[in-house]
Design a binder for this molecule. Structure first.
Ligand code: ADP
Ligand code: ADP
Length: 222
């Protein structure tokens, strides 16, 4: 499991969102830290193969994902910043629908969704309309959908925005657990989100990768 960015840039009509970022990423939690506008979402969209970089390459286990995104897409889970739910569906209905779209039979979809609802602690409320859920509960639905395919790479973009402190803490713990045998990339502008669970931190400012290191190295000296 190895993801490699080589001199990645992204320019939107004259705005340089990502400037010459090179990164090597292995299993564990990578916290991508930076203020609003730093280019975090752009980088996350590139890693999720939704956006192509303007220049540079992204290599997943030896395959260039810009030229051949399929191998990465098969093992990718993505929770976008603007993740939307269907308010009238229950969490279970919504997730079973997504599982069906992914090609699971209704029987294995049900089994997988029950397993995920339990993992994100929504078994009790899984049959209520998602429209009645709190922000934290919605984000847990978001994580569950990202985990449907048991991804090797989990990309989560600013997942703790709008969560209350307790939900935020629980959400962090969940992500920390998930990173045992996969790559988790978590973007945030909140230092405490990654202080506790990131194995590695990359600091992005104005599209540039400014620093890279462990939380101890970067946050203690900051
Ligand atoms: P973030 O909080 O990550 O900075 P933004 O508010 O910048 O998110 O972006 C939200 C959405 O709007 C994204 O899908 C992004 O691609 C799009 N977007 C952001 N800035 C612009 C822009 N200047 N022109 C067009 N689309 C934009
Ligand atoms: P972050 O997630 O760190 O807030 P973004 O990647 O959303 O950063 O944005 C980086 C810069 O790129 C911002 O100036 C933003 O307005 C711009 N941007 C992002 N998405 C788009 C887009 N689709 N079109 C035009 N500009 C964009």
């Amino acid at each position: 499991m190895q993801l490699e960015l080589n001199h990645v840039t992204k320019t939107y009509r004259g705005t340089q969102a990502v400037a010459d970022v090179s990164l090597r990423i292995g299993p564990g939690v990578l916290g991508l830290l930076g203020p609003n506008g730093a280019g975090k979402s752009s980088l996350m969209r590139i890693l999720s193969t939704i956006t192509r970089p303007t220049t540079g390459t992204v290599i997943w286990n030896g395959t260039d994902i810009v030229a051949r995104p399929e191998p990465l897409r098969r093992v990718l889970g993505y929770l976008p910043q603007d993740f939307g739910v269907y308010p009238n569906l229950s969490a279970g209905e919504f997730l079973r629908y997504l599982a069906a779209v992914k090609g699971l039979t209704s029987r294995s979809a049900k089994a997988r969704v029950d397993e995920l609802l339990e993992l994100v602690n929504l078994t009790e409320t899984g049959s209520r309309p998602v429209g009645t859920f709190s922000g934290g509960m919605r984000q847990r639905v978001g994580i569950a959908q990202a985990l449907l395919g048991d991804p090797e790479l989990l990309v989560v973009d600013e997942p703790t925005v709008g969560l209350d402190p307790e939900e935020r803490m629980r959400f962090r713990n969940l992500l920390g657990d998930l990173a045992n045998d996969r790559i988790v990339i978590l973007s945030t502008h909140i230092v405490s989100d990654i202080e506790a669970i990131a194995d590695d931190i990359a600091i992005l400012t104005a599209g540039e990768l400014r620093r890279r290191g462990t939380p101890e190295e970067l946050l203690r000296s900051a």
